[in-house]
Ligand binder design. Structure first.
Ligand code: PEP
Ligand code: MN
Length: 291
């Protein structure tokens, strides 16, 4: 890593690569996120019903996902929109883990909810709207679960690294960074997918980076292409919204893949994931040679 990047991000030294510290591997159940395996996290935007969640969990597990996503507490643009099932949603997620073996990632929105969400989730998601909520970050960091830190929609890479540093400072080394698109003047897509941020984060930080092509695009037709681009940019995994019947979804249906769409996306990713595996093998050999 270039010295100029160290100077540029000097405020957040612990999240930067240095010496032997080239990558953090986040352990989740039997997985190593940020290791060699490309991790697919998939599931509905929100947990709606038992049937919806179980069908989705079983489908995505059979077709390549290792982690089930699903919001029980939903940050919504409108105060009148569905806010999530809360504890009932968490219980359904736990049941899905029992049935499928998938790990669970779900958002925690308030400090008060941290103990409850941490009891059910394997990974705590910090949503975009809360990326800079330092009191939530502190409490979540101390809950003893890995954190999935989603980039704020108006946050720079430096802002995101500051939030990650905050988590590390609170004794939690297990942070997964997530690029989910940022707000720009472009309105054709829901957000603008900042692929350069993925490439940059992979160069400068030892933390795993995952891509969210669903929120980055806002349109299901674009999700497979953005997923491929995410892999090519160096992401360690994806988080993607999948629903049995996206047009009837209670939230984010427009950007959710149906089951066939998920399978097609996974199939189209295969050559990119294979290439990634080769690149990792080469860079590991280089690292070994350098000692
Ligand atoms: C989500 O993952 O459903 C979500 C609300 O994401 P974000 O915080 O990135 O908007
Ligand atoms: Mn969503």
């Amino acid at each position: 890593m270039r010295e100029t990047w160290h100077e540029r991000f000097a405020e957040t030294p612990d999240v930067l690569k240095r010496g032997q510290r080239q990558r953090t591997i986040v352990p989740v159940l039997d997985m190593a996120i940020g290791g060699g395996e490309f991790i697919v996290m998939a599931g509905p935007c929100a947990v709606e019903t038992e049937a919806q969640l179980m069908a989705t969990a079983n489908h995505v597990r059979r077709n390549g996902a290792r982690v089930l996503r699903g919001g029980a507490f939903k940050p919504r643009s409108s105060p009148y929109a569905f806010q999530g099932l809360g504890l009932e949603g968490l219980k359904l997620l736990a049941r899905a883990r029992e049935e499928t073996g998938l790990a669970i990632v779900t958002e925690v929105m308030s400090e008060n909810d941290v103990p409850m969400v941490a009891e059910y989730a394997d990974i705590l998601q910090i949503g975009s709207r809360n990326m800079e909520n330092y009191s939530l970050l502190e409490t979540a960091a101390r809950a003893g679960r890995p954190l999935l830190l989603k980039r704020g929609m108006m946050a720079t890479v430096a802002d995101m690294l500051r939030s990650a540093q905050m988590v590390l400072d609170n004794g939690n080394p297990n942070v997964i960074l997530c690029e989910r698109g940022i707000r720009t003047f472009e309105t054709a897509t829901r957000n603008t997918f900042d692929v350069a941020a993925i490439a940059l984060l992979k160069q400068i930080s030892h933390l795993p980076v995952i891509a969210d092509p669903s929120h980055a695009s806002g349109h299901r037709d674009l999700v497979p292409a953005l997923a491929r681009i995410g892999v090519a940019a160096g992401a360690d995994g994806l988080i993607v919204e999948v629903h049995p019947d996206p047009d009837k979804a209670w939230s984010d249906g427009e950007q959710s893949l149906n089951f066939d769409g998920f399978d097609e996306m996974i199939a189209s990713l295969a050559p990119y994931v294979a290439l990634r595996r080769q690149e990792i093998a080469v860079s590991e050999r280089v690292l070994e040679a350098v000692g």
